[in-house]
Design a binder for this molecule. Structure first.
Ligand code: C5P
Length: 223
């Protein structure tokens, strides 16, 4: 089959990452987690003294670290200036700061350019997951999917991924998740939004396997 570019967008807790990785693995495509890139840049800024609440400081630091993504769906990697960022990007501190960093236009410009280069160079095609892939990063993608789920389902899923005490506080998880969605959806530069030509899949009552099957079928229809 011809190389295929698949854009998968949606808010957190909709099963975007698990679905995107599994679809890429099943179909022999590469995989890019664009949220991990914004998180890696945020982690680098937090550990280099950048005031992440100051958009001018964030803009000035946006181009400094070298962010490199490995695109094997079985073992995706992410580094900032050569340092493995895969652990630290999942911390509460990074999660709390990433929306402010990703709202800065200089950050989006830089990360978007990286994403386009990776997608164009991917041999055989790629699944790219994020918030603005179908609308802004890859408007000519062969297939655009927009995943949704009720806030309750999303909070429960996110809680299941967290460990220990963090996992037990469902109300706090739900509040943090909704706050991040609101920030991501209301920012000026390429907000989280369904592309007009995206296929919307409501995953509230679907198992992960069902969502994967559904997206695999959508991709195969395009090949
Ligand atoms: O997908 P994940 O939850 O890891 O994304 C982390 C954050 O990165 C999002 O909350 C959003 O602020 C930002 N992001 C973005 N555009 C993307 C992917 C992620 O702004 N394409």
């Amino acid at each position: 089959p011809a190389p295929v570019i698949v854009a998968i967008d949606g808010p957190s807790g909709t099963g975007k990452s698990s679905t995107s990785k599994a679809v890429a693995a099943k179909l022999g495509l590469r995989y890019l987690d664009t949220g991990a890139q914004y998180r890696a840049l945020t982690w680098w800024m937090l550990s280099h003294g950048t005031d992440v609440d100051d958009p001018a400081a964030v803009a000035a630091a946006a181009g400094r670290p070298d962010i490199v993504s490995g695109t094997d769906p079985a073992a995706p990697t992410i580094t900032a200036d050569g340092a493995d960022a895969s652990g630290p990007i999942r911390t509460k501190e990074v999660t709390a700061a990433v929306s402010a960093v990703s709202a800065v236009p200089e950050v989006r410009e830089r990360i978007t350019a990286l994403q386009r280069a990776i997608a164009t160079e991917a041999p055989g095609g790629i699944v790219v997951e994020g918030r603005d892939i179908g609308t802004t990063v890859l408007p000519d993608a062969d297939l655009k999917v927009f995943l949704t789920a009720s806030p309750e389902a999303r909070a429960a899923r996110r809680s299941g991924e967290l460990k220990g005490a963090e996992a037990t506080d469902l109300a706090a998880t739900r509040a943090a998740l909704l706050q991040r969605d609101t920030a991501d959806s209301s920012r000026k530069t390429s907000p989280l939004k369904k592309a007009d030509d995206a296929v919307e899949v409501d995953t509230t009552d679907l198992t992960l396997e069902q969502v994967i099957e559904c997206v695999v079928t959508l991709v195969e229809d395009k090949q």
